[in-house]
Design a protein around this ligand. Structure first.
Ligand code: PBG
Length: 324
C-alpha cells in the first residue's frame, strides 16, 4: 500500500517549491497610498499607523524619488486639509492651487513617469467629515456627484493620470467620465472604489486625515459587509459607466468578493488593504505576538491569489525591501 499521489514531492525543497509556485508578488503590483500635509520639512508619524507618515511637499518629493528607485511606480494621493478650509461643499477641493493640486505637480516635476492617482471624495474637505454634501442630515447624491466631477477635472488638469472616486455615490462614474470627456481629458483614467464596504477598518486612516464623520456613519452610501450580490452589481454598473479599474475595499475580510468579482469582470481589479489591516499587524508585531514580515507577506500573497491585479497597501515599501 502506498499513496497514489505523493503531493509532498512538490514541496521537498525551496527549488521545487519556487518552480511550481502559482502566485508571486512583485513591486509592480503595488499602489502606494501617500498622505500629504501643508508645511515644510514635515514628516509626522500617524499614531495608529506606526512607521507611516504625513508628508509636506518637500518630503513628498523625496519619498516619491525613493519609491521610484525601489521599483514602486504608482501612488495614490490623500491630503489632510486644515479645519479652517473645510466646508459643506468641499470648496477647497476645487482650488487650482490647493494642496492636492500642488502635490500632483510636485510629483510630476520630480518623477514624471510616476503614475499619479488621486483620491476623489469630499470627506477630507468636509466640515461634516462625510463623503458628500449634507442637507437636513442627509448625504445628497446628485449634487455631490457634480462636485466630484469638478474635482476630477481639477486633478486631471494638475497632471493626475487617474482619478479614484472613493465616495460610493450613485452615478458618479458616469458624471465624472462625461465631465472629463467634455474637457478633452480623454486620457485621464478612472479607478472606481466600486465595492467599498462600510467597514470599521478605516479608523486609523480617519486619524491620519482628521476626517472622521462628525455625525452618524457612512452606511447610507458605503456597502453593508453582509452583502455579496450587491458588490457585483455595483462593480458592473461602474464598468458600464466608464470605470477603467475597479476596486474592492477593505482587503483581507473581503477576499471572497475579490475572487467573485475577478471571475465576473474583464477590467483590472484593485484591492485596498486598508489602514486598520495595517495597524493590526503592526500592533501584534509590536507585542511580539506575530512575525511582522511573515504575516505581511502572507496577507499580500492572499490578496493577489484572490485575484488582485493591483494592491493598494501601506506595506508596499516594507514588502519590496524584504524582496531584496
Ligand atoms: C474616504 C476614504 C477612506 C479610505 C479611503 N478613502 C475612509 C472612509 O471611507 O471613511 C480608507 C482607507 C484606509 O482605511 O486605509 N473617502
Amino acid at each position: 500500500m502506498y499513496p497514489l499521489r505523493r503531493n509532498r514531492r512538490l514541496r521537498t525543497n525551496e527549488s521545487i517549491r519556487t518552480l511550481v509556485r502559482e502566485t508571486i508578488i512583485t513591486p509592480s503590483d503595488f499602489l502606494v497610498p501617500l498622505f500629504v500635509v501643508e508645511g515644510k520639512g514635515v514628516k509626522e508619524e500617524i499614531p495608529s499607523m506606526p512607521n507611516y507618515f504625513r508628508l509636506s511637499l518637500d518630503n513628498l518629493e523625496k519619498e516619491v524619488q525613493q519609491l521610484w528607485s525601489m521599483g514602486l511606480g504608482a501612488v495614490l494621493l490623500f491630503v489632510k486639509v486644515p479645519d479652517n478650509l473645510k466646508d459643506n461643499k468641499g470648496t477647497e477641493a476645487l482650488n487650482p492651487d490647493g494642496l492636492m493640486q500642488r502635490a500632483i505637480k510636485t510629483i510630476k516635476n520630480a518623477c514624471p513617469d510616476m503614475l499619479v492617482m488621486t483620491d476623489v471624495a469630499l470627506d477630507p474637505y468636509s466640515s461634516y467629515g462625510h463623503d458628500g454634501i449634507v442637507k437636513d442630515g442627509q448625504i445628497i447624491n446628485d449634487e455631490t456627484a457634480e462636485v466630484l466631477a469638478e474635482m476630477s477635472i481639477s486633478h486631471a488638469f494638475a497632471g493626475a493620470d487617474f482619478v479614484a472616486p472613493s465616495d460610493m455615490m450613485d452615478g458618479r462614474i458616469l458624471t465624472i467620465r462625461e465631465a472629463l470627456e467634455e474637457e478633452g481629458l480623454v486620457n485621464t483614467g478612472i479607478m472606481s472604489y466600486s465595492a467599498k464596504y462600510a467597514s470599521a477598518f478605516y479608523g486609523p486612516f480617519r486619524d491620519a486625515l482628521d476626517s472622521a464623520p462628525g455625525f452618524g456613519d457612512k452606511k447610507t452610501y458605503q456597502m453593508d459587509p453582509a452583502n455579496r450580490f450587491e458588490a457585483i452589481k455595483e462593480t458592473e454598473m461602474d464598468i458600464d459607466e466608464g470605470a477603467d479599474i475597479i476596486m474592492v475595499k477593505p482587503g483581507l475580510c473581503y477576499l471572497d468578493i475579490v475572487r467573485e468579482i475577478k471571475n465576473a469582470v474583464d477590467v483590472p481589479v484593485a484591492v485596498y488593504q486598508v489602514s486598520g489591516e495595517y495597524a493590526m499587524v503592526k500592533a501584534a508585531a509590536e507585542k511580539g505576538w506575530l512575525d511582522h514580515d511573515a504575516v505581511m507577506m502572507e496577507q499580500l500573497l492572499a490578496i493577489k491569489r484572490a485575484g488582485a491585479n493591483i494592491i493598494a497597501s501601506y506595506f508596499a515599501k516594507d514588502a519590496v525591501k524584504l524582496m531584496g
